[in-house]
Every structure is written in C-alpha cells, then in structure tokens.
Design a protein around this ligand. Structure first.
Ligand code: SAH
Ligand code: DHB
Ligand code: MG
Length: 221
C-alpha cells in the first residue's frame, strides 16, 4: 500500500467530520508566519484530543509543549465553564503566539500558559495544590519524556488519563542503534511505560496528515 492513501484518508475524515474552523486555520497561519515549525497535532488528532476531554469529563488539564496553541485550543474547547488548562512552554515567542490564538478562540479565561523549561516548572506545580489533573497531554521535547511522565503520574489521581505524542517516530523506535536523540528519548520512555505498574497503558500508531507516528495512552490506577 502506498503512503499517499494515508494522507487521502485523513483528508476524507477531516472533510467528513470537521467543520470549517477559522480559529484553527488562523492558528496554523500564525505558526507559519512566526516561522515556527509545522508540528502541531493534525486536525483529526485535535478532534481526538477533544474527544478524550469529553470522555474523561476532565476539568483540570495540564499540557507540556504549547507551540502556537493548536492542541491547547482543541483540548480547552471541550472543557466545561469551570474547566481550566495550564500549558507549559519553553519558548516565550511560542507562548506569545499561542496566547494570541487562545484569546481569539475566546479561551483566554480558561487557559494559562507558563513560560519555562517544563522540568523547572513541574516541581512548583507539584508543590502547590494545583493538581491533581484529570488529563495530561505530554508533547514537549522528547529526551525527558520519561521524567515528564513520572511527574504526570505524581500530578494525577486514579483515573487520570495521560496522553503522550510522538512515541513511534516513523517506526524508528524499532531501531535500537538509532542515534536520533528524539527517538532515543521516546524509546527510553516507551520502555519505562511498559514497566510502570502505576498505570494501564497502550501505544497506538497514528497515520495521516502527519508522518507515521503514535501516541501513548495511560490511565492511572
Ligand atoms: N502541543 C502542540 C505542539 C507542541 S511542539 C500542538 O500540538 O499544537 C513542542 C513544543 O515544546 C514547542 O513549542 C517547544 O518550544 C516546546 N518545548 C521544547 N522544549 C521544552 C521544554 N523543555 N519545556 C517546555 N516546552 C518545551
Ligand atoms: C516533533 C515534535 C512534535 O511534537 C511533533 O508532533 C512532531 C515532530 C519534532 O520535534 O520533530
Ligand atoms: Mg507532538
């Protein structure tokens, strides 16, 4: 089967299910205009994230890695009136672009972006009483994914859903000699996840508009 079919089917799904969405379209444009990388979740993956919020009834969401706020908007839109989302972002330029998009989406009151290295910000979130979170989306830099996940579990309650993006990397995770530090980060994370008795977890492959990749889903016991 040629790879084109995956993109075509993804387009078929978006045409069928996703209504025109000027806010998300403008978000992607703002990311391009700011010279930021085109690595937001795809529209269909955004719908998946939205569904996960609806399914869990999440009221408190933590996100690692905001970029231009695309996934943030998909997650936050599914929150109820009292729901809140905190998103951690290293790059102040990204945070600024994202804040603009989030405000345009009418989600400014629900979403807080904190600027800094996630590993520097997480201890403060743990020490304060901001948790537990109902849903945590990990999508920042890949080398510390195992550490991020450990924090995520500590910031959870039984039943919390943790979702991690980019855990398959075009199947490069199969290569134990791969020298790409992104791949090595997710290989280390995937192994740690498999041994982690605090959660029930799976990995699934994602294909479509983005390169062949995958997400981890873990529910805290
Ligand atoms: N979740 C976004 C995409 C995130 S891309 C979406 O789907 O719309 C990854 C983001 O993580 C980038 O914006 C990058 O600046 C940020 N990042 C990289 N290293 C980080 C770190 N140490 N702490 C927090 N964010 C980081
Ligand atoms: C990269 C990061 C992502 O979060 C993503 O979804 C795709 C690619 C990257 O850093 O290459
Ligand atoms: Mg990602």
């Amino acid at each position: 089967m040629d790879k084109q079919i995956f993109g075509q089917v993804d387009q078929y799904i978006s045409d069928l299910l996703l209504p025109p969405d000027p806010v998300l379209d403008d978000t992607l444009k703002s990311i391009e205009n700011a010279g930021l990388p085109a690595i937001s979740v795809s529209p269909v993956q955004g719908r998946f994230l939205q569904l996960m919020v609806l399914l869990t009834g999440a009221r408190r969401i933590l996100e690692l890695g905001t970029l231009g706020g695309y996934s943030t908007i998909c997650l936050a839109r599914a929150l109820t009136e009292k729901g809140r989302l905190i998103s951690l972002e290293l790059d102040p330029r990204c945070a600024e672009v994202a804040r603009g998009n989030i405000n345009k989406a009418g989600l400014g009151a629900k979403v807080e972006i904190r600027v800094g290295k996630a590993l520097d910000l997480l201890p403060g979130i743990l020490a304060s009483n901001e948790g537990p979170f109902d849903l945590i989306f990990i999508d920042a830099d890949k080398p510390p994914y195992a550490e991020y996940f450990d924090y995520a579990v500590k910031l959870s309650r039984p039943g919390t859903l943790i979702i991690c993006d980019n855990v398959i990397r075009e199947g490069k995770v199969l290569d134990p000699r791969c020298e790409d530090e992104l791949v090595q980060g997710v290989q280390r994370f995937n192994k740690a996840l498999a041994r982690d008795h605090r959660v029930t977890a799976t990995l699934f492959q994602t294909i479509g508009a983005k390169e062949h990749d995958g997400m981890a889903l873990a529910v805290v016991k």
